[in-house]
Design a protein around this ligand. Structure first.
Ligand SMILES: C[S@@+](CC[C@H](N)C(=O)[O-])C[C@H]1O[C@@H](n2cnc3c(N)ncnc32)[C@H](O)[C@@H]1O
Length: 224
């Protein structure tokens, strides 16, 4: 079987960045830049939404560990698991983070974890690169991986609030006759609500795109 679009696209992006930059710069640019600053903002943000010491946390689409690194400095999680599709990212993250932080490579639609083991799952700028069916497939699994009462927080792009990003997306698509450098998916809140409800989540709230995080946020709860 050929590679999934996300693997093919991200491998191409990362390979190009590594060729054109020193490794540290490439790693930062590959996840959107401002590695340390953005990691700190994301860590403070998830803490403001309930992530705290003692929790078991899954970081889906963890990239090269900018959130993981910041969290490891800020709080004492019981466990941290990061899942991503790019080995270079995971190797980089492993070097930066404590030994008990676990990073898993997964290039399939099936998350290689089982049991209801997490208090909190976060997904920053990951569903922004997936097709709707993929979002639903992963969301169902994330629901099962959460403990009853657990939380799933993810970021998403909305046409209404991220028009500039959409303009760049469609201009690139026109120029390259394909999504470039990778797919950018835009969801509206009704779609987010529909996916959540079909999986069994309770939609707790939406949080407007904030300057420091940049994307809209949804907070979902698994019922007790
Ligand atoms: C914009 S980056 C964000 C990384 C990280 N969440 C952060 O904020 O630093 C998107 C990440 O999603 C990962 N990704 C894309 N498709 C994925 C998939 N199907 N499963 C897991 N990770 C995926 C990419 O490799 C990349 O690390």
């Amino acid at each position: 079987m050929s590679e999934f679009h996300f693997t093919e696209d991200y491998r191409t992006v990362v390979g190009k960045l590594i060729k054109e930059n020193d490794f540290e710069t490439a790693m930062s640019l590959a996840v959107g830049g401002d590695w340390k600053e953005m990691g700190d903002k994301l860590s403070k943000f998830v803490q403001s939404q309930g992530v705290k010491s003692g929790m078991d946390l899954l970081d889906f689409g963890c990239g090269n560990g900018r959130l993981a690194y910041a969290l490891s400095k800020d709080i004492d999680l019981n466990s941290y698991v990061g899942v991503d599709i790019i080995q270079e990212f995971l190797t980089y993250a492993e070097k930066k983070c404590p030994n008990n932080y676990k990073f898993i490579l997964n290039n399939s639609l099936s998350i290689p974890l089982s049991g209801s083991q997490f208090d909190f799952v976060v997904g920053f700028s990951i569903f922004t690169h997936l097709f709707q069916a993929e979002i639903m497939i992963y969301s169902e699994q994330i629901f099962n991986l959460l403990k009853p009462g657990g939380t799933f927080l993810y970021s998403f792009l909305e046409l209404e609030h991220h028009w500039e990003t959409f303009e760049k997306t469609y201009n690139d698509h026109k120029e390259y006759s394909r999504p470039y450098p990778h797919l950018n998916m835009f969801l509206d809140r009704n779609q987010v609500r529909t996916f959540a409800c079909k999986c069994g989540f309770i939609l707790e709230k939406f949080i407007e795109a904030q300057d420091d995080i940049g994307q809209s946020i949804v907070i979902l709860k698994k019922p007790n």
